[in-house]
Ligand binder design. Structure first.
Ligand SMILES: *Cc1c(COP(=O)(O)O)cnc(C)c1O
Length: 424
């Protein structure tokens, strides 16, 4: 396909390659056009993926993309930072207000770097940390041996009950008393239910540990007041702005006033250099948008959509973990259908449903294949999909996983995708 063909198709899909890019680098313009077309023909259901809002996207492409602003407002290492300072102060104020937090740091480039800064502020190498084990849904920055966390700290893992998939707080309590960790991390990447932050806080207080909330996946739910907020309970809340929140790709730290200076120093200069000021501006926009009724309605559509997809998976014979969801996330065991997670992922992808295989707690299958799939409804809800579309999608998912014709189902998926293509 020539550049022009791809570009024309991409325009139909809602993305226009800027002239400057087309002229200077047709190869990259072509790749981006192809990605726009791919998106327009399939439905994005990856749990952590979303669409930045149009206003956020505009802020990301604005003049602050070029600004070097190392340090914090009022004490930068570079000149010409007055407006960058104003943007960061606005983002910080809005984050504090949105999440009712004493202090916010909007500079982390990702949730993982926010986690690194948190460890740097609170712990010394070799300290013990009690966190959800990776097999049960902890993120790799919470103890994976392939990650700095597992290399530098002594992780102890807690898990979920085998029978209902719910966090075993009694086990957290027992492990905390036995190991006396320096910090306890509550939350994970795929837990679909409300987290008992208060229960975690009680345990942390009993053993004199810091409580860190791993809340990247649910930041948007918390912003919309549709999940219990960890902020009043945790010493530090690690959040992400690019998931359900629809902000720029990045991290966010919320903490108590007492820890403010330590946390700021742990971000800069300890673990990062200059902040990405266009992302900081984009975060300010996202925090303002997250306070609107429209955002609340979008989050409600995402949660209702996830509930109906969980129900459809159940009707298909799969087993949704915890029996359903309170969030935009669904994890389901597909082994009762005679499928591995990998096979289910591939079958769905062949019909344009982009979701991910995922290892389940107590998963007997090898890690490369897994027994589960995980999906999230944020991106589809951001495109404007609601009850009607999620009901249709549930039917399509159900027939696909029950052995229906992937070609036929793929046609209906494409029609649904194209009807919403380019919307965000
Ligand atoms: C997504 C996620 C992360 C990682 O976020 P990055 O920005 O990709 O580093 C970490 N922890 C949790 C709980 C997440 O959901």
């Amino acid at each position: 396909m020539t550049v022009t063909d791809a570009a024309v198709e991409a325009v139909q899909a809602g993305w226009e390659a800027p002239e400057a890019l087309l002229r200077a680098d047709p190869q990259v313009a072509d790749l981006l056009a192809g990605e726009a077309v791919r998106r327009a023909e399939s439905l994005q259901l990856l749990a952590g993926e979303n669409l930045t809002s149009p206003a956020v996207l505009a802020a990301l492409a604005g003049p602050l993309v070029d600004k070097y602003a190392e340090g914090y407002p009022g004490r930068r290492h570079h000149t010409g930072c007055a407006l960058a300072d104003a943007a960061e102060l606005l983002a910080v104020d809005r984050a504090k207000q949105l999440f009712a937090a004493d202090h916010a740091n909007v500079q982390p480039r990702s949730a993982t770097s926010a986690m690194l800064a948190t460890y740097a502020a609170l712990l010394k190498p070799g300290d013990g940390v009690l966190a959800m084990s990776l097999e049960h849904g902890g993120h790799l920055s919470c103890g994976s041996r392939a990650n700095f966390s597992g290399r530098w700290f002594d992780f102890i893992g807690y898990g979920v009950h085998e029978k209902d998939g719910l966090i075993d707080l009694d086990q957290v309590h027992e492990l905390a008393k036995l190991h006396r960790p320096k910090a306890i991390i509550a939350g994970g990447i795929s837990y679909p239910r409300q987290i008992d932050w208060e229960g975690f806080r009680r345990i942390a207080d009993e053993v004199d540990a810091y409580l860190i909330a791993s809340a990247a996946q649910i930041t948007g739910l918390v912003a919309a007041g549709q999940a219990v907020s960890p902020v009043p309970y945790a010493d530090v809340t690690v959040a992400a702005t690019h998931k359900l929140l629809r902000g720029p790709r990045g991290g966010l730290l919320l903490c108590t006033a007492e820890l403010a200076d330590r946390m700021d120093r742990a971000v800069f200069p300890f673990s990062q250099g200059g902040a990405a000021m266009n992302e900081v501006a984009g975060k300010a926009v996202a925090f303002a948008e997250a306070g609107t009724p429209e955002f609340g309605a979008y989050v409600r559509r995402a949660v209702e959509g996830a509930r109906s997809l969980a129900a459809a998976l159940g009707e298909a014979g799969a087993r949704p973990l915890t029996g359903g969801t309170d969030t935009h996330l669904v994890t389901a065991d597909v082994s009762p259908l005679g499928l591995t997670g990998l096979e289910a992922e591939r079958r769905c992808a062949s019909a344009g449903l982009m979701l991910g295989k995922c290892a389940l707690p107590y998963d007997p299958a090898p890690a490369t294949e897994c027994s589960g799939i995980r999906l999230g409804t944020g991106a589809l809800a951001a495109q404007g999909m609601g009850q009607e579309q999620f009901a249709e999608l549930g039917e399509l998912l159900k027939s696909l996983l029950s052995g229906g014709d992937a070609g036929l189902i793929g046609g209906r998926v494409r029609a649904l995708a194209q009807a919403f293509a380019g919307r965000r």
